[in-house]
Design a binder for this molecule. Structure first.
Ligand SMILES: C[S@@+](CC[C@H](N)C(=O)[O-])C[C@H]1O[C@@H](n2cnc3c(N)ncnc32)[C@H](O)[C@@H]1O
Ligand SMILES: [Zn+2]
Ligand SMILES: [Zn+2]
Length: 437
């Protein structure tokens, strides 16, 4: 029975600053995370700014480099032609557009500054090299690792970028369509832009994998990656390769023993048969819910709900925070079925051994009984709540899903506009939930 599987017991009576838990906070992910106690969070779900894809309306910050350096900044610019407009960024910067094009303009955008010590002053995601970007993400994720419980789960959504191809280095005059399609990487003529050794124009950079390797080296357990297929991807003006239609959701954990509720996924996908060991998670894009404030990189709400339910429990111990787990009874497979099953048995429907056993399992699925405590605290009423964190919370899709599912949340975003929009969504939902009771 799963209920007997004791998850790790964490710090008791964690001291949370009063302005963080269940708030949508305006701030830099690094500094807000530093105010969260160790091992306090059950599940992290986040989608950071991707590399070289969007300009957010956020202030420049200093990342990396030598803290003792006096920093002499050198401008890092990008040559753009045919600017397109959707929501304007600071300093007249523009993000990839849906609404209008300005034709035949060519200008240098100033995206940040670099110092010889390696420091970057600018937005996360606009660094001139993928290595710099990854190192800056690691600054955030080292704090994330500290605040996550030992049995915690980290879902990280990322997309890839291309080394400039027809929109890239040497392309002086892009067509409006090419320019519209800056969803891949737009490169510059600025000498500051350097790609990893051997990267040629048109190469995939491999950002999601590079980050996964870096996170693994940072101490995370890289447990799985889940494909998020975009059946209706951004149009790309390329004819010599398929369109980029995949994002990745990495599953990372802090230890070998983590909370994980596959049965929540089963319920989510409406699977009535037993959960097969070969089953996997796969996201197929449906829609993104729009908030009052336009944000072009939102999570679809149903993915976030699924990740919340699989990565955290509706009940937790109020003393030590350990999640309750499902109590599951697996019906015993009859002996006669086991006999005669060879390791190499192959069934057209089920790869691997034991097609008969699998069919029997499908007909006799595990019986889910109830939620049960998984720590030894004597006063464990289950009234505690799991805490979901999104350090790049945007307009609060993660916070809203957490609240709806009875979890506590922390949503951080450097943009006041987005954080306030997130707070509004949370408040509106709270009112809605009150009315429904
Ligand atoms: C891909 S979006 C996340 C969108 C979010 N998943 C949603 O559904 O709305 C990345 C977000 O990171 C924010 N951001 C950029 N730099 C940040 C920083 N240093 N700290 C916190 N948030 C930051 C941006 O404002 C942007 O909203
Ligand atoms: Zn410096
Ligand atoms: Zn407990």
């Amino acid at each position: 029975m799963n209920g007997e599987r004791f998850l790790s017991k964490e710090n008791e009576a964690l001291e949370w600053p009063s302005d963080i838990l269940n708030h949508c906070i305006v701030g830099d992910a690094r500094s807000v995370l530093r105010r969260i106690p160790d091992k306090a969070v059950h599940c992290i779900i986040t989608s950071p700014p991707y590399w070289q894809q969007r300009v957010y309306e956020v202030p420049s910050l200093i990342w990396g480099g030598d803290m003792n350096c006096q920093h002499e900044w050198e401008s890092c610019g990008f040559l753009r032609t045919n600017a397109n407009l959707d929501h304007p960024g600071p300093d007249g910067r523009r993000t990839r557009g849906q609404e209008a094009f300005t034709k035949n303009t060519s200008y240098v955008l100033h995206f940040g500054d670099i110092c010889k010590c390696g420091a970057w002053k600018g937005q996360l995601g606009l660094e001139p090299t993928p290595e710099m970007y990854i190192n800056h993400l690691l600054e955030v994720f080292s704090e994330a690792l500290r605040v996550l419980r030992t049995d915690g789960v980290f879902w990280l959504n990322l997309a890839d970028s291309y080394a400039g191809s027809n929109q890239g280095r040497g392309t002086k005059q892009m067509t409006p369509l090419q320019d519209h399609n800056v969803g891949t990487c737009w490169m510059t003529e600025a000498p500051s832009v350097r790609l990893p050794e051997g990267t040629k124009p048109k190469d995939i950079i491999g950002i999601p994998w590079a980050i996964a390797f870096a996170l693994r080296a940072q101490g995370w357990y890289w447990r799985q990656w889940i494909p998020w297929l975009k059946l209706n991807p951004m149009t790309e003006s390329v004819r010599d390769r398929p369109a980029d239609s995949l994002e990745v959701v990495h599953l990372l954990t802090k230890s070998r023993r983590n909370y994980f509720d596959m049965f929540a996924a089963k319920a989510h996908f409406g699977i009535s048969r037993s959960w097969r060991s070969g089953d996997m998670l796969l996201f197929i894009d449906t829609y993104s819910e729009r908030s009052e404030v336009k944000h072009y990189a939102t999570f679809p709400t149903d993915f976030t709900s699924l990740l919340t339910e699989v990565g955290s429990s509706p009940k937790a111990c109020p003393r030590c925070g350990t999640a309750w787990v499902r109590s599951i009874e697996n019906p015993r497979i009859p002996q006669e079925l086991r006999r005669g099953v060879k390791k190499t048995d192959y069934h057209p429907q089920y790869y691997g051994s034991g097609g008969n056993i699998q069919r029997w399992r499908d007909a006799n699925p595990p019986i889910i009984k109830d939620w049960v405590p998984s720590c030894r605290c004597s006063d464990n009423s289950g009234a505690g709540k799991c805490i979901i964190l999104d350090p790049f919370g945007g307009t609060g899709t993660v916070a809203v899903a957490a609240q709806k599912l009875g979890r506590d949340f922390v949503s951080i975003d450097l943009s006041g506009t987005y954080s306030n929009a997130a707070a509004l969504r949370v408040r509106n939902q709270a009112v809605q939930m009150e009315l429904e009771i």
